[in-house]
Design a binder for this molecule. Structure first.
Ligand code: ZN
Length: 129
């Protein structure tokens, strides 16, 4: 798992961009397989735990397995992940948490997001430093 230092910027129309330092972790193919297998394994264990519960197991087990497969597919597709960090919204100044989660399929172009506080559309860009 290679990490690299990046600049994370939030942009909105008509205001200055906000830039903070961040760390981006690139996943290798093996990392992605491991993450997907871990998620699928967790889903299988959870589905197994539902077996003794009457009625719930009829619908719960297929749903948990389906959700596990979808999340595993997302883990396989994400090639990079930003370490969680806090960045101020360029419009209202409220601190937003970005990064973490599943990661991103690509960071080559801007990523759309909305401010947690003012709900305005922002563009997040990740560039090498
Ligand atoms: Zn805002």
């Amino acid at each position: 798992m290679a990490t690299r230092k990046v600049w994370v910027t939030l942009e909105a129309t008509g205001v200055d961009v906000v830039t903070v330092a961040g760390i981006l972790r690139d996943f290798t193919a093996v990392d992605r397989m491991k993450r997907a297998a871990l998620v699928m394994g967790g889903a299988v264990v959870l589905a197994g735990a539902l077996i003794p519960i009457p009625i719930i197991h009829l619908l719960g087990i297929p749903l948990v397995l389906l959700a596990g497969m979808l999340m595993a597919a997302r883990q396989l597709a994400s090639v990079t992940r930003l370490q969680p960090l806090r960045i101020a919204c360029p419009k209202c100044g409220a601190v937003n948490r970005v990064g973490g989660g599943f990661g991103y399929r690509s960071v080559a172009s801007g990523l759309d997001r909305t401010c947690d506080s003012c709900r305005r559309n922002l563009t997040m860009r990740i560039t090498d430093r």
